[in-house]
Design a protein around this ligand. Structure first.
Ligand SMILES: Nc1ncnc2c1ncn2[C@@H]1O[C@H](COP(=O)(O)OP(=O)(O)OP(=O)(O)O)[C@@H](O)[C@H]1O
Ligand SMILES: [Mg+2]
Length: 394
């Protein structure tokens, strides 16, 4: 992913000269004429590099360098000071700016070289964050020993790298949403939005305007202000379409077109809005069956499942139960302020013998319930619900 450059200067001609020249080089450029606007962009992590004129109508640009210290994503600053204000430049460098220039900037070549250096730094920082997040992500996401699960995670990582469309299928509670957030955290889009939409929870008539937005008064009931759609909010990041099988057919057609063209129009609008969004869809329904019944578009199905992750039910990965139980115990203890670290071998056997129709979600509930009933240091069979113990002979 390339770096986005924010050019901040209140003098329109000066700002546009830099911005336009960078755009001609194919760079992604944002512009701000005030401190307030610049701060907004930075707070939304929209820019990776900031070319900043220090003297702005609504304050001193240097304050931005202090502000970003509180933010997760810290852009690289290149500051521009007026001739004779070298103190400002020194101050800026102390606060972490990587370079400075004095006005007027007649020759953009030097500035562009500095921007290129900043781009390399941004790339390095991304790489580092990426490694760090991948580590924490895997610690929250239990892969276990199951070979199928391992190859799924491997595939998910590749899909994240390639920003490919992903279709996640699996029974309820198998961890489809967890998998989608995993893809977000281990991939290059981790700093950009992850927007989850439950297609089953939004009325059919509203789905299009939720996804694509609408112009003012586009339809009866629409507000008199323009509204951005979630597809636009997710720009640069990931749109997670949960329960995709609930999407009505006409909307499926519109989604397909938006994915193929990387662009769409707001409801009631004519302008084509271009976005770069990775699509992850999830379903616990058999989509092939729905295609046969004419309730799901086959072309959309193939467009979505560039990478196809079918998560196995828990009963087909029983060997992962000890690791999952360990993680859920740690998480539940933390949430509930308890300290039950262990489970007896008998209780573990009972868990392994059970079929888990509700999969990992049911396992989580079972562990939480057991902790509540448990006065001993370890969870035992008598802390487990009847349906789990009744078929267990041990
Ligand atoms: N690999 C995993 N490691 C740790 N916890 C997991 C894992 N997979 C799922 N969970 C836990 O199981 C529960 C259900 O996961 P999730 O909501 O992702 O399931 P789902 O497949 O989306 O279910 P549904 O089809 O009902 O929406 C969550 O509480 C989640 O924390
Ligand atoms: Mg889900």
């Amino acid at each position: 992913m390339s770096a986005t450059i924010l050019v901040v200067d209140d003098v329109d001609t000066a700002r546009e000269a830099i911005a336009d020249s960078l755009r001609k080089d194919g760079k992604e450029v944002l512009e701000a004429g005030t401190l307030k606007k610049a701060k907004q962009y930075l707070e939304q992590s929209k820019a990776d590099i900031c070319v900043l004129d220090i003297k702005l109508p609504d304050g001193n640009g240097l304050s931005l360098l202090d502000d970003v210290n509180k933010m997760a994503w810290k852009p690289k600053f290149i500051v521009i000071t007026a001739y004779g204000e070298i103190d400002n430049a020194v101050e800026a460098m102390k606060k972490g700016a990587i370079d400075f220039f004095t006005k007027p900037i007649d020759d953009l070549k030097a500035l562009k070289m500095s921007i290129e250096r900043a781009e390399e730094l941004v790339e390095m920082q991304r790489e580092l964050n990426h490694l760090r997040n991948a580590q924490t992500a895997t610690s929250k996401f239990i892969v276990g020993k199951n070979p199928r699960m391992k190859s799924l995670v491997d595939l998910a990582q590749r899909a994240a790298e390639a920003s490919a469309s992903v279709l996640i299928t699996g029974e309820s509670g198998t961890g489809k949403e967890v998998m989608a957030t995993f893809i977000h955290q281990v991939g290059p889009r981790q700093q950009k939005p992850f927007i989850a939409v439950n297609c089953a929870a939004i009325a059919n008539t509203l789905l299009e305007s939720e996804l694509f937005g609408h112009e003012a008064n586009a339809f009866t009931g629409a507000s008199n202000k323009r509204k951005n759609g979630l597809m636009e909010v997710a720009d640069g990041g990931i749109l997670f379409l949960d329960e995709i099988s609930s999407m009505p057919l006409d909307m499926q057609a519109k989604l397909l077109r938006a994915i193929e063209e990387h662009a769409f129009r707001r409801v009631g609008g004519t302008t084509l809005i271009r976005v770069d969004v990775q699509i992850i869809a999830a379903s616990n329904q058999n989509l092939k069956e729905l295609i046969r019944q004419g309730d799901f578009r086959e072309d959309l199905y193939y467009r979505l499942k560039v990478v196809d992750l079918d998560i196995p039910p828990l009963r087909k990965r029983r060997e992962d139960l000890p690791e999952l139980v360990g993680l859920l115990l740690r998480q539940s203890n933390m949430a509930m302020g308890t300290n039950i670290q262990d489970i007896t071998p008998r209780a573990m056997e009972a868990l392994k013998a059970y079929d888990w129709p509700g999969n990992i979600r049911e396992l989580r509930n079972t562990i939480e319930r057991a902790i509540i009933f448990c006065d001993d240091p370890a969870i035992d069979v008598n802390h487990l619900p009847m349906e789990i113990t009744e078929n267990y002979a041990g």
